[in-house]
Ligand binder design. Structure first.
Ligand code: HAM
Length: 486
């Protein structure tokens, strides 16, 4: 008995021993945002301290028995209450924007069939899969993104859905990533997608949703911009050089690495697909364009890419968000399935990775053996946006907020206290029923959880059917009939 008690104490002490600093990045630690949010979305090691993917080994106590590691797997997060409040708040903003845009919420399993994510264009995402065989011998993945699941459900629903279909979802995605600031191995993504709207009206609606979200969060167009282009730009260049159609996706995936790899490395990769050096130079030159009139000059005005982009920019004027978006031909996006307009939001100071990204993918359904439906959407992660809110001092104060604390002053009043707490809860008030504590502790606790009222159940008051109420903001104190407490 004594031996087991001391083993349990040793176990407890080991679990409490600090293992790693909560935040490995000193600039982040020094930042001024509220301490209670410092764990949430905490920056991964900076790129100079790149994660090597090793799992930290469990603590080895001196007697050789191993103790469970209290850290979540590398690149993943726990959400203690204060972090969960921030996450819930952010998701509420996503939901509210989706509501005003008239989108319906959907959901999917995090575990999907691997076949849904097998693509051959050499995309990074397919090399980052958390994939394995389940106990039934099926190849499965923890989804790295949600778009294929959406497509799967659209196919499954078949003709029963009326188009256009506007869906949103918020879900966790898993990618075995090289961790940098705002990039983790799991993240939550808000997705909004439209199926059955072939024109750029769909893109213009999605851009409005993203901008409404930024505005709700207090972010302005001088903090953030959205770079827009179209994959049809690249398609037009490939046509100019008579490059075969089947190379299109591969070329897109390679040129998306511009900025990550050197120009020479990109050129080498393009040449290795069989492109002539003249075509490679042509592609690189067009991708450096940042002006729509210039693009029109190079490609001509009857090219679809130019017409689409002009229409989108004219819609942007009418929606009133033109100052948020800019044309940038270098935006191609790294996912194979995009076919038309593509876009990515970025912080104008250039400190962070892409905040969100999306585009048109009109031919994804046929890759799953179904008839194509024009589609367009975006994914907006939870990590980079929180980094940006921190940078801009825009994190909200989300302290805990409780209506009432009910506290029986004697042990024999615990029964009446349950009656009082129960009746208040039925009226919709949030009530913390506290007992077996000193009154001094209860007052401190009330302050800590921002309680509005303290309701004391005392013997003499209860005998008269009364309770004592203390309003904590004004320090007013009075008696109320227990049955009339609101
Ligand atoms: P994506 O660009 O791969 O697109 O991801 C979208 C967003 O998810 C990124 O801009 C970023 O905010 C977030 N994100 C991605 N990977 C990570 C990570 N490792 N850690 C933290 N955040 C991350 C897609 O996933 C497309 N399926 C989006 C889409 C929807 N396109 C059409 N519909």
């Amino acid at each position: 008995m004594a031996a087991s008690a001391s083993a349990s104490l040793r176990h407890h002490l080991l679990l409490r021993r600090p293992r790693f600093p909560l935040c490995p990045n000193p600039t982040f630690r020094a930042s001024s945002f509220p301490r209670r949010y410092q764990r949430l979305f905490a920056s991964a090691p900076s790129s100079s301290a790149v994660d090597n993917g090793d799992t930290p080994s469990p603590v080895e106590p001196s007697d050789g028995a191993s103790v469970v590691d209290v850290n979540p797997p590398r690149g993943t997060r726990d959400f203690p209450p204060e972090d969960m409040r921030l996450r819930t708040w952010l998701f509420d903003q996503f939901r509210e924007v989706s509501r005003v845009m008239a989108f319906e919420e959907v959901d999917f399993p995090v575990l999907e069939s691997e076949a849904l994510f097998i693509r051959k264009a050499g995309e990074e995402i397919t090399q980052q899969l958390y994939n394995f065989e389940d106990k039934g011998g099926r190849r499965v993945v923890l989804r790295p993104e949600i778009t294929p699941s959406l497509a799967r459900l659209v196919i499954k629903q078949g003709k029963s859905v009326s188009l256009p279909l506007k869906w949103f979802t918020i879900g966790q995605c898993w990618r075995y990533e090289r961790m940098t600031r705002g990039r983790r191995r799991e993240h939550y993504q808000w997705n909004m997608d439209i199926f059955g709207m072939p024109k750029v009206r769909a893109e213009s609606e999605l851009l409005q949703a993203i901008i409404l979200l930024f505005e709700r969060l207090g972010i302005t167009s001088s903090d953030v911009g959205i770079r827009v282009s179209s994959r049809k730009v690249l398609q037009a260049v490939l046509n100019m050089y008579s490059i075969p159609e089947h190379l299109f996706t591969e070329v897109c995936v390679i040129v998306d690495k511009l900025g990550k790899l050197t120009r020479e490395e990109i050129e080498k990769e393009l040449i290795s697909t069989g492109l002539s050096s003249e075509a490679v130079q042509g592609i690189i030159e067009v991708l450096s364009l940042k002006s729509l009139p210039k693009l029109e000059e190079v490609l001509g005005s009857d090219v679809e890419a130019v017409a689409d982009l002009k229409k989108l920019f004219s819609f942007a004027e009418q929606y009133g968000y033109a100052d948020w978006i800019c044309f940038d031909a270098s935006v191609v996006r790294g996912l194979a399935y995009y076919t038309g307009i593509v876009f990515e939001a970025f912080d104008r100071e250039g400190k962070l990775r892409a905040i969100c990204g999306g585009g048109r993918y009109d031919r994804l359904l046929s890759t799953f053996g179904s008839e194509d439906i024009p589609a367009c959407g975006f994914g907006f992660g939870d990590a980079v946006i929180v980094e940006l809110l921190k940078e801009k001092g825009l994190l909200p104060d989300l302290s805990r907020q409780i209506d009432d604390i009910v506290f029986p002053l004697d042990e024999e009043l615990q029964g009446p206290a349950s009656t009082v707490a129960s009746s208040l809860r039925k009226k919709g008030r949030s009530v913390d029923l506290v007992e077996d504590k000193r009154l001094k502790w209860v007052f401190k606790h009330a302050e800590r959880i921002n309680a509005s009222r303290l309701i004391l159940v005392g013997k003499s008051e209860w005998e008269r059917g009364m309770v004592r109420v203390k309003v904590l903001s004004t320090r007013d104190e009075f008696e109320v009939k227990a049955g009339e407490l609101q």
